[in-house]
Design a protein around this ligand. Structure first.
Ligand SMILES: [Zn+2]
Length: 591
């Protein structure tokens, strides 16, 4: 029997019985805990029943069940400061990924196997850590898996084929932990964190590229130059380096905006959104306008992602027929084209991206009206993968760097969105796609001169629970035990989110869990169970991992504040003050 298709009903009777009896052994305390949870659930439900929230809640959930498209509504739910586009990218059915496990390794029964493995790891550790790499990082790449919590990585290994598998970035020699809270919040969002890991300063929730002196939506404060935070892309540009950004979200979304924008509300992706908050777009330009016209945005050689609607006027439709959202009548894509020479190219599909001439000096690629489709939903002939975008980006940046090196920011932006909808399969598939891009970047560059840092902006609330057998399907039922209600439970579940309503039944006044055996958990639209009902699952406040490889990667070990990351990259690549620099003698000079 293939372990990947293991269901609880397939368990040999003996093992099953054993675990049932083990569950019974612990029944008492567990039942109490279960009762508490159920009664808390009932209380929450009661409050909701008595308010008009009930209506809104069920309305939003019914929209949710349809899956994970990037809509205005889903954005508002995910990041409560939001109001975004209603463009629905058409959905394509990709073959569902099959987890293929190798057979269980019988050698694992012997101590010698584990001793041998430990010996190999020891050799790798001695090899990678006995000699510090203190060369100058000519190139620096920062890869952020948005919402890529540590449990996401752990679950992702099973998706790759087994608990013992590794992502490419896990093979990096140095790992640290980044503390992600923002200046005013325990649990961060992608805006304040982008300001930290790109600008080196902690900021307020919902704000990008400004100090914590700027409160959310404070246009006046945003317009003060003293409150703006320059990003590592700006530092690199001042050294004459080539710079670029690649993301699977809109290029105006919070994380990529950290590269070039200074905005008091991450939601100000176009001028209509600034106006909706009674702001003046001439005083507080939106993110799209800043991307095309700010000093940093103008110098970016590579801009790849989604978000066409934020660059087009309301009465103009894009190639796919989706209208723009701008009220100022400006076509920022045309403005970008007219700013740059004819070796700069605008593209909006995979074919045109991959067919760019090798004389291309600059590229603006916008592949979707808003966010790019999830990898599992995308039409593979129309939409490039993250890895393909990174391939093109590195080619162009290498050419444009003229020996001075480059800085590239890459975001796997939709890991976060999968989690918000408790669509764990999508979140983890996006993580695997993100890793392919990292693997490519590391394979094409030398650890002698290219520093690659891989991290996340914040965590999520997904956990891996219970005592499933080895190589049990990570998206399936926990095969180790039944719960106190005699029903199986999923290995993956969330502390909160929309997966509450899809996994619980209301019978009379009681709330009961649905029987997962009767649900197709393999469906990519299956929402994993959540304990607390919320229309969108929240971010988590736990630390995220930082993986580093290349010059001065050792600086990234330890536990530190997230805003330290760009300062360490700057030291390795000599981007800032000479006193905070790996190599005082380097010849990199402003052009
Ligand atoms: Zn999020």
């Amino acid at each position: 029997m293939a372990a990947g298709r293991f269901e609880i009903s397939d368990l040999p009777a003996k093992r099953y019985k054993y675990h049932r009896s083990r569950a019974k052994h612990y029944q008492r305390p567990r039942k109490r805990a279960g009762q508490r949870t159920a009664s808390t659930g009932r209380q929450i439900l009661k409050i909701m029943m008595t308010t008009r929230l009930q209506f809104l809640f069920f309305l939003s959930l019914s929209a949710l069940v349809s899956g994970g498209e990037a809509t205005h509504d889903s954005e508002r739910r995910m990041h409560p400061v939001f109001a975004l586009a209603d463009a629905l990218p058409s959905r394509f059915k990709r073959a569902m990924p099959q987890i293929v496990f190798n057979a269980l390794n019988t050698e694992e029964r012997y101590a010698e196997y584990w001793e041998g493995l430990a010996g190999e790891t020891l050799e790798q550790q001695l090899e990678s850590k006995s000699r510090l790499n203190t060369q100058l990082a000519r190139n620096v790449m920062l890869f952020i898996g948005d919402g890529m919590s540590i449990p996401t990585i752990t679950a992702g290994r099973v998706y790759l084929g087994g608990e013992e598998k590794q992502f490419a970035f896990e093979q990096f020699p140095y790992v640290g932990l980044s503390k992600t809270y923002c200046a005013n919040m325990q649990v961060a969002d992608s805006a304040c964190t982008a300001t930290a890991y790109l600008g080196g300063v902690k900021a307020n929730y919902g704000t990008v590229g400004v100090t914590a002196a700027v409160q959310f939506k404070d246009c006046q404060a945003q317009s003060q130059p003293a409150n703006r935070v320059a990003s590592i892309a700006a530092w690199a540009q001042s050294q004459g380096m080539a710079t670029g950004l690649v993301t699977t979200t809109s290029v105006t979304h919070a994380s990529p905006a950290g590269v070039y924008a200074h905005i008091a509300n991450r939601n100000w992706e176009n001028d209509a959104e600034v106006l909706a908050d009674n702001g003046d777009p001439t005083i507080c330009p939106d993110a799209a306008a800043q991307l095309i016209h700010s000093p940093v945005g103008q110098k970016l050689s590579v801009i790849l992602g989604g978000g066409r609607e934020n660059f087009l006027p309301k009465d103009v439709k894009d190639a796919g027929g989706a209208p723009g959202r701008r009220l100022d009548g400006r076509n920022l894509i045309d403005e970008w084209k007219s700013q740059h020479t004819n070796s700069a190219h605008y593209v909006e599909n995979r074919k045109d991206l991959l067919n760019l001439s090798n004389r291309t000096s600059r590229v603006l690629g916008l592949f979707a009206p808003y966010h790019m489709a999830y990898h599992l939903d995308a039409n593979p002939t129309e939409q490039p993968t993250l890895e393909e975008m990174v391939q093109v980006a590195m080619d162009i940046l290498e050419r444009q760097s003229a020996g001075r090196g480059y800085f590239l920011f890459v975001e796997g932006g939709r890991i976060d969105h999968g989690h918000h909808d408790t669509l764990a399969l999508r979140a983890i598939d996006e993580t695997a796609e993100f890793d392919k891009a990292v693997r490519y970047a590391r394979s094409q560059t030398s650890t002698d001169d290219t520093l690659i840092v891989v991290s996340s902006d914040h965590s999520h609330t997904m956990s891996l629970a219970g005592y499933s057998s080895r190589k049990n399907d990570i998206f399936g039922i926990n095969d180790g035990q039944l719960a106190a209600d005699d029903l199986p439970y999923a290995t993956l579940s969330y502390a909160n989110g929309p997966g509450y309503d899809t996994n619980y039944l209301r019978e009379g006044g009681a709330v009961k869990r649905k029987n997962l055996r009767s649900i197709n958990m393999k469906n990519k639209d299956f929402m994993f169970p959540s304990t607390v009902p919320l229309e969108s699952e929240t971010h988590g406040g736990d630390d995220v991992a930082v993986f580093a490889s290349g010059p001065y990667a050792q600086l990234f070990s330890g536990v530190y504040e997230q805003h330290f990351i760009p300062h360490a990259m700057s030291y390795a690549s000599c981007l800032g003050e000479r006193s905070m620099c790996a190599d005082r003698g380097i010849a990199r000079r402003p052009r």
